[in-house]
Design a protein around this ligand. Structure first.
Ligand code: FAD
Length: 326
């Protein structure tokens, strides 16, 4: 059976949820073989095996932490030579996309980024790539299906594109032999500073995102958005108008020039739905908007719309959710 490489995103051995989603997608195409690198990589094997990885190729060399992406690209290339995968799946983060692009160039493969679905190609349809992917393009105005026709496909997948499905597999740990290229030590990490913890999930990985826009009308009012987010265990996002006004950090901006999110549920409060905002959230599975203007363009794409003043609707919604949770 064809094998599919899954590049593991982990922090000191704790596997992040988007990697488990990749394993779900990989199993549609072939047998998942995970590649885990850096400190704690070996500790990932248990959970990866519980989610379908037949083998886990591990290298804990310090280079992965000391330098930027090139050592990881060297390792994935070594893994491709060892496995000859039909596809390599990587999480669509900024780093993931850089790793994927460099790997595709090195291996002469086609690259597909920001994918929202992966299927096995029909026999003879999918060229050597063997996978057919779905992407949402041009500010989500079009949905495309694409396949790679040269080399094994290198695919980056947006978080929340698939469910996490526990499936027992061997998860056999195999040491990965990597010889680092000259470029591997070109860019050294000189310092690391932990981000201030909010206790909320990471915006791009969250299953629920609650966002506020210009209608929130001030930094202090974002407490309402945060309270709703906390009642749902959600991440907080913001429109560019809110961010530019200094009401919320730039790291929370959703949209064309901000982050791209694809949660199960996206709640937009006081956001008009400009095309640049839609570009970053339109692939959300269920979209809810709260806006006092019934003509606001955001209502064109919502599953549920509330025409009303967010200062009345959001606190009531938060109270109701808290009451139902008991
Ligand atoms: P507005 O468009 O001003 O909408 C505010 C909404 O709040 C209105 O619909 C109003 O009816 C509603 N409202 C007001 N008061 C209340 C209330 N009390 N209760 C309920 N509703 C209320 N924007 C992004 O978001 N992300 C991007 O990444 C991004 N990138 C851009 C890139 C470029 C090159 C350009 C040119 C623009 C970009 N923008 C981006 C900006 C974008 O065009 C819009 O200006 C922005 O999204 C508007 O933000 P908003 O919806 O919060 O504000």
């Amino acid at each position: 059976m064809a094998e599919v490489l899954v590049f593991v995103d982990h922090v000191d051995g704790v596997v992040r949820k988007p990697t488990l989603e990749l394993l779900t997608l990989a199993r549609r195409v072939g047998e998942p073989v995970a590649v885990a690198l850096g400190a704690g990589a070996g500790a990932t094997a248990g959970v990866l095996g519980e989610h379908g990885a037949v083998r886990v190729l591990v290298d804990e060399a310090p280079e992965y932490g000391e330098f930027l992406v090139v050592p990881k690209v060297d390792a994935l290339r070594a893994a491709c030579e060892a496995v000859s995968p039909v596809a390599v799946l990587v999480v669509s983060s900024a780093e993931g996309k850089e790793v994927a692009a460099r790997l595709a160039l090195r291996t002469g493969s086609g690259l597909l980024t920001d994918v929202v679905d992966v299927e096995a190609g029909e026999a003879g349809e999918a060229g050597e790539g063997g996978v057919v992917v779905t992407q949402s393009v041009f500010a989500a105005s079009f949905t495309t299906r694409s396949r790679v026709v040269r080399g094994g496909a290198v695919v980056t997948v947006k978080p929340n594109s698939a469910s996490v499905e526990p499936v027992a597999a061997a998860g056999e740990v195999v040491a990965l032999e990597v010889s680092f290229s000259q470029g591997a030590s070109g860019t050294r990490v000189t310092g690391r500073e932990a981000r201030e913890a909010t206790g909320r999930p990471e915006l791009t990985e969250a299953a629920i995102v609650v966002s506020g826009g210009r209608g929130v009308n001030g930094a202090e009012n974002f407490a309402l958005i945060e309270a709703l987010a906390d009642s749902l265990g959600a991440a907080v996002g913001a429109s560019r108008a809110a961010v530019d006004a200094g009401w919320y950090p730039h790291s929370a901006q959703v949209g064309q020039t901000g982050k791209s999110v694809s949660p199960q549920l996206y709640i937009a409060s006081g956001i008009s739905g400009a095309i640049q905002h839609r570009a970053g959230m339109q692939t959300s599975k269920t979209i809810v908007a709260i806006n006092k203007d019934a003509e606001a363009p955001i209502f064109d794409l919502v599953d549920y719309g509330v025409v009303g003043d967010l200062f009345q609707v959001v606190p009531q919604l938060t109270d109701e959710i808290k009451a139902r949770k008991g």
